[in-house]
Design a protein around this ligand. Structure first.
Ligand code: A2H
Length: 258
């Protein structure tokens, strides 16, 4: 665990089409939303991997709020993170949190969102369930990059295997990992290589996944080279801050610390 504040990047994923259950919930709250554009916001430590997003995750075990950010926009995230954002300059009045409605993660599953910078399926991906999401960090929304995150890869493969059990449409989990970063030891698919090497069979293999996560993070950051995007060919160490800055500049991302 880091001792100082963690510098996250919030990735803003505007809703393109609500799942049928969230559609009814948002329809019923039309007056409160008052025309605001709704986005899911995910906290990431690896903004340079966003080119390879294949989906987005929420926890079916958590309740989320829909918070008014201003007159035009509303964010879907945990109350805790909305409060943090309000103290970090993302609200009209410092510290003021305006919750418009509440929605369970389960109801968001199947929603189609736009993932800025994502090179998969023209930047349109689906919300899927991830039970290991903690309520105590980030926004409770996670962007999924199975090429570089062992947790994301293991969860995506499990969802594909048990689509019926998880009550998901197989189409939502159908986008394959995309090479984003090349590392000398693991090639162009660091997370799948580590999941195989450490014999990880499911998202419940917590110990091996923690090890894989640590290795993937270090390998990607210290030895990785960008394969795609604006900073293709650059070492990840140099590209990371530049990608982040560019994403923030273009309005698809926000700085966030906790
Ligand atoms: B990362 P740290 Cl490609 N619960 O983003 C569980 N995990 C969460 C979370 C929550 N509430 N909020 C964020 N996260 C994930 C990309 C990524 C991430 C890659 C590789 C590794 C990686 C795509 N998913 O994280 O405990 C988010 O996933 C491994 C460090 O605060 C976020 O960055 O250090 C990371 O965990 C934050 O974890």
């Amino acid at each position: 665990e880091a001792l100082g504040p963690q510098e996250y990047t919030l990735i803003k994923m505007p809703v393109i089409e609500f799942s049928s259950s969230s559609h009814s919930i948002f329809e019923a709250a039309k007056d409160k939303l008052n025309g605001r554009k709704v986005s899911l916001v995910a906290a990431t430590l690896r903004p340079e991997t966003m080119y390879g997003q294949t989906n987005c995750f929420v926890s079916p075990l958590l309740d989320y709020g829909v918070f008014a950010i201003n007159d035009q926009e509303a964010f879907v995230c945990t109350h805790r993170s909305a409060r943090n954002m309000a103290f970090q300059g993302n609200s009209a009045e410092k510290g003021k949190v305006t919750q418009l409605l509440e929605i369970n993660g389960k109801d968001l599953v199947g929603t189609k969102v736009g993932a800025p910078f994502c090179l998969v399926n023209n930047g349109e991906v689906y919300v899927l369930p991830m039970e290991s999401i903690l309520p105590t960090k980030g926004t409770g929304v996670v962007t999924s990059v199975p090429s570089d995150s062992p947790d994301d890869y293991a969860t995506l493969m499990d969802l594909r295997k048990k689509a019926e059990f998880y009550k998901i449409d197989p189409k939502w989990a159908s986008f394959d990992p995309l090479p984003v970063i090349s590392t000398p030891t693991y090639g162009e698919m660091t997370a799948p290589a580590l999941v195989q090497k450490l014999k990880i069979n499911s998202p419940k293999d917590a110990k091996q996944l923690a090890d894989a996560k640590e290795i993937a993070y270090k390998e990607g950051f210290y030895n990785g080279t960008m394969l795609v995007g604006e900073y293709k060919g650059l070492p990840v160490q140099e590209a990371k801050a530049k990608v982040r800055e560019s994403m923030i500049q273009k309005g698809g991302a926000l700085a966030y610390a906790e």
